[in-house]
Design a protein around this ligand. Structure first.
Ligand SMILES: [Fe+2]
Ligand SMILES: [Fe+2]
Length: 475
């Protein structure tokens, strides 16, 4: 499954064997490049970035590192190796051979799933467009650009499916991927979190930890799909997603590390004194965590969802690690506990598992999110701080689902609107918090030097030293 880099569009799907498809994608390519130029990382077209490029989909050695100008990045189409004799692992078609073509009756549902996933990929590139100008180090700048080019490639992955399997309306959907824009009042991106700005690096690290992790769970459940090309595409995308979450987790860890050092130097945890010393105080970090976690929870959708049930029974979207779960994979009788509002209380009650698939995926996500928070707290512990970061209650600050109209504290208490208003500024980032974080966002571009609010990483990229010149600016 080697990737052919002699082609205009690198791929491992034998694109040259399908001239019509090849031509269609080659005519989409200039529109993509124009979009990258206009809404991709700002003012970076001539810089040389130390990037990895996929050269094979094998578990070992799929990546190649070297200096690349981002517009020359070889965005391509890579599917994981086919599994011989793969069968649909769940739903009404369980045990039937996986589909190599789109089943006619599920065409529009499948297209909607692909479009919704695809739309998030360029959205995050748009959201992060200006961050390069305030990078805390060359190491961080390079990681930002690596994520950006990979999100671009994820768009290519979904656009390939649309072009290859959905005919004219697939091509139209592919065009619209470049016409909706993050935060555009007239043509916004499809999902809420992807229209929120990512104004600075603290938001960015939280975003890559919490929101890219939603991507992991969506991709993992699509990687179980009975539609084999979608499953194989998502399997390969997941390998890239891991790096995005790594950037978020280690980014926050390095911020904590730096804050703790200054707390110990100054022997204080007073936010004002810490801010004056140029680091981000812990309550502010907790507020940003609360925000990004809660908007990411919304991405999983309604607690009870007939759409999710249909995606499952029709074999289009499975559960996280579907094939590793020991049950009938049909869920006709199964139950699952979901959170709900009843008689003015938050209760967790059993309901049909089939209708609760969004909530189940959210449950898996919450468990996974907690792991990183535990690692962050270990940094606090090691520095002798009593402060602990915590995930807020799942009902906190929600805009989708049964809690959308409720006012819930981070601890999970139901409040009146007045009580909520009084405390919201303690729980969510305020304009003043953003303004303070903005003051720290001064670019640092000397190799090996870090901004004062963040510690160096524990190691460099691909065995390089931390002071390696990860980005060479065009002069
Ligand atoms: Fe992605
Ligand atoms: Fe990502």
């Amino acid at each position: 499954m080697a990737v052919d880099y002699h082609e205009r569009i690198p791929n491992n799907v034998d694109l040259s064997g399908n001239r019509r498809l090849q031509r269609a994608l080659e005519s989409w390519q200039p529109n993509y490049l124009r979009w990258w130029d206009e809404l991709g990382p700002a003012s970076t077209q001539r810089d040389d970035i130390y990037l990895r490029t996929a050269i094979s989909v094998e578990a070992n050695g799929w990546a190649n590192f070297g200096y690349v100008k981002m517009p020359d990045y070889r965005w391509g189409i890579f599917l994981a190796k086919p599994e011989v004799g793969r069968v649909i692992p769940f739903g009404d078609h369980k045990g039937e051979p996986a589909w190599q073509e789109v089943p006619g009756e599920y065409r529009s549902a499948l297209r909607r799933l692909i479009v919704t996933q695809g739309d998030t990929e360029p959205a995050s590139v748009e959201q992060q467009r200006h961050l390069g100008q305030t990078c805390p180090s060359l190491y961080d700048l390079r990681n930002l650009f690596q994520i950006n080019v990979e999100e671009g490639r994820h768009l290519w992955a979904m656009v390939y499916l649309l072009h290859a399997y959905f005919g004219r309306d697939g091509r139209e959907e592919a065009d619209e991927m470049l016409e909706r824009h993050s935060g555009d009042p007239d043509r916004p991106r499809i999902l809420g979190a992807f229209n929120e700005p990512t104004p600075h690096w603290l938001s960015y690290f939280m975003f890559t930890y919490f929101t890219d992790r939603d991507g992991k769970y969506q991709l993992a459940s699509l990687a179980e799909s009975g539609f084999d090309p979608l499953a194989r595409t998502c399997q390969f995308m997941l390998t890239e997603e891991a790096h995005h979450m790594f950037v978020g987790e280690t980014g926050i860890m390095r911020v904590l590390q730096r804050t703790c050092e200054v707390m110990n130097e100054l022997r204080t945890d007073d936010p004002e004194r810490l801010r004056a010393a140029g680091v981000i105080d812990l309550p502010t970090l907790q507020r940003f965590l609360n925000f990004h976690f809660s908007v990411s929870l919304d991405l999983f959708g309604q607690e009870r969802s007939t759409n999710a049930a249909t995606y499952f029974t029709t074999g289009l979207k499975g559960r996280y690690h579907e094939t590793r779960i020991h049950d009938d994979h049909c869920l006709t009788e199964a139950i699952w506990p979901t959170h709900n509002l009843m008689d003015g209380q938050i209760v967790c009650a059993d309901g049909p598992a089939l209708l609760s698939l969004n909530e189940r995926l959210r449950d898996d996500y919450i468990v996974d999110s907690q792991r990183g928070v535990n690692r962050w707290n270990r940094v606090l512990e090691q520095h002798g701080s009593d402060f602990r970061l915590a995930l807020p209650h799942r009902a906190f600050h929600r805009a989708i689902g049964v809690f959308a109209d409720a006012h819930v504290s981070p601890e999970g208490s139901l409040l009146t609107e007045g009580e909520w208003r009084q405390s919201a500024g303690d729980w969510l980032p305020t304009d003043a918090d953003h303004a303070f974080v903005d003051t720290l966002m001064q670019p640092v571009t000397a190799p090996g030097v870090m901004a004062g609010w963040i510690s160096p990483p524990s190691r460099g990229i691909n065995g390089q030293t931390i002071d390696f010149e990860y980005v060479k600016f065009a002069s």
